[in-house]
Design a protein. Structure first.
Length: 487
């Protein structure tokens, strides 16, 4: 399909200077405070989600409907994007197209400069993190103020988000209090770490910015093609302030956030809050269509971002990742995420969805370790409200990585040599039986039924986990003894 974006380059979802996952995960695992914070937070969200999902007898039908809508939309994305552009323009908005993060950053910077403003207030938006918007604006002398409480904590702490929904999930109340005392201008020096005191401090700090901002910046949870309506869902009301108070509103939206009609929105507004915050309905659902004279922003710009999405769309298996509605349910059930947190993924999109989306946005080679950051337990698939088969995607991306790495190499890798040797052994019953007999040497090295250290290259396995010692009798020997021996 053509989106009118020839040779669209891939995205920039990998964080500059980030370590590969195995290195970063090892460091994260040593941080017991981080693990405590994550374990507590994810267990709480999991329990809330399970309770509200159990209330709906047609939850599985809703999931299937969400999946079908996303499949249909992506199959006709070019048509629906053009319809969206027409409808937004007809209602007084301006639509821009950005191939990558550079183009999107340049567009937003230029639009803010046109207003003469040097500050903007922001609704929580992962896509603006993906394109590094705050950094691009800072280089142009424009300050972007995060207004979501968790994003504000991350920004004031000079930190990075570690969760899609709860960006400061790795911080506890005492740490947040310290950040506020250190970084928040005008904060009460007697600030305590109760939730009420912390939110009150943030409210006072942000109120001044809301009232003086001339430009608001947002992402979008959904865009409805039939009327050109944009939709943002949130819990704090800060988004509503950013979307209504400034004179100019700039929305940056990944092209996959589109849905055809209002009927489709009904499905997602049931799936999303239950899966993300464990609520029946999110507290604030803001929708706007173009510009309304005398009401809200009088200039509205919509930037439609590719940044690797058409490359993902070109992969018939991988494109499923574009169905994601960023609810974060897969993060909260993932045993790997719960232990290492979001920073270890080195990507704007952490957890299971990050492991399948980021390598496709950047090209597999730039996030090569992420498809391996999973035990393939399948909990993410069960939790996903739009039924993205993340385990199968992970396996698919691992295969792509192996194939692309093989194409780039002149000599076969150690893994390829071992696989070829295993294939040769397993192709012959006699060779396989001989290999099994030889493996019994391992019984001498084992202790209490486990092998804790093997020589290279097998040490790559035993440095992180142990292995059972080979049994005294192989299955074949047992079979001969039990069946053929008695015949
Ligand atoms: S992959 Fe599914 S569960 Fe994970 S964030 Fe996206 S929609 Fe939610």
């Amino acid at each position: 399909m053509s989106l009118g974006i020839p040779n669209a380059p891939r995205g920039a979802g990998h964080l500059r200077g980030a370590e590969p996952f195995p290195v970063a995960a090892r460091a994260a695992l040593a941080n017991t405070q981080l693990r405590r914070n994550l374990g507590k937070a994810t267990a709480t969200i999991r329990a809330k989600r399970a309770a509200v999902v159990a209330e709906l007898p047609d939850w599985e039908e809703l999931r299937a409907a969400g999946e079908a809508i996303k499949q249909h939309t992506l199959a006709h994305l070019d048509r629906y994007l053009e319809q969206l552009e027409r409808e937004v323009t007809a209602r007084g908005g301006t639509v821009h197209w950005a191939r990558d993060s550079y183009e999107a950053g340049r567009l937003v910077t230029g639009l803010i400069r046109e207003t003469g403003a040097t500050e903007a207030v922001k609704v929580k938006s992962i896509v603006t993190d993906e394109i590094g918007l705050n950094e691009a604006l800072a280089q142009a002398g424009i300050t972007a103020h995060e207004t979501d409480l968790a994003e504000l904590i991350v920004q004031l702490g000079h930190d990075r988000p570690s969760h899609i929904l709860v960006p400061a999930i790795h911080r506890n109340r005492a740490e947040i209090r310290e950040i506020f005392l250190r970084e928040m201008a005008g904060v009460d020096p007697g600030l305590t770490d109760t939730p009420t005191a912390l939110t009150e401090a943030a409210r006072r700090y942000l109120r001044r910015r809301f009232l003086s901002a001339r430009v608001g910046i947002s992402g979008a949870n959904f865009a409805i093609a039939e009327t050109g309506t944009l939709c943002v869902v949130e819990s704090e009301g800060n988004g509503r302030m950013c979307l209504t108070l400034p004179e100019t509103l700039i929305t940056v939206m990944g092209i996959e956030k589109l849905i055809p009609s209002w009927r489709d929105l009904e499905v997602f507004l049931q799936l999303l809050p239950r899966s993300s915050t464990g609520e029946r309905m999110n507290p604030y659902t803001s929708m706007w269509t173009g510009v309304t004279p005398g009401d809200g922003p009088q200039r509205f710009h919509l930037i439609l971002l590719d940044n690797g999405r058409t490359a993902a769309l070109a992969d018939p298996v991988g494109r499923q990742a574009l169905h994601c509605i960023r609810c974060s349910a897969c993060l909260n059930v993932c045993p790997v995420y719960e232990r290492v947190g979001g920073h270890a993924y080195g990507s704007v999109y952490p957890g299971p969805i990050g492991a399948v989306l980021s390598p496709q946005l950047t090209g597999v080679e730039d996030n090569a370790s992420l498809p391996y950051a999973s035990s393939l337990c399948g909990a993410c698939y069960d939790a996903c409200p739009v039924r993205i088969d993340i385990p199968s995607l992970l396996v698919h991306l691992r295969a792509r990585h192996v194939e692309e790495a093989a194409d780039d190499r002149r000599l076969p890798s150690a893994e390829a040599v071992m696989m070829a040797a295993a294939s040769w052994v397993m192709a012959s019953p006699a060779r396989y039986a001989a290999a099994q007999r030889t493996s019994r040497v391992g019984r001498v090295l084992g202790r209490r039924g486990r092998l804790r250290r093997l020589p290279p290259p097998l040490s790559a396995w035993t440095t992180a986990r142990d292995a059972p010692v080979p049994p005294a009798q192989t299955f074949r020997e047992w079979w001969v003894h039990e069946h053929e021996g008695q015949a």
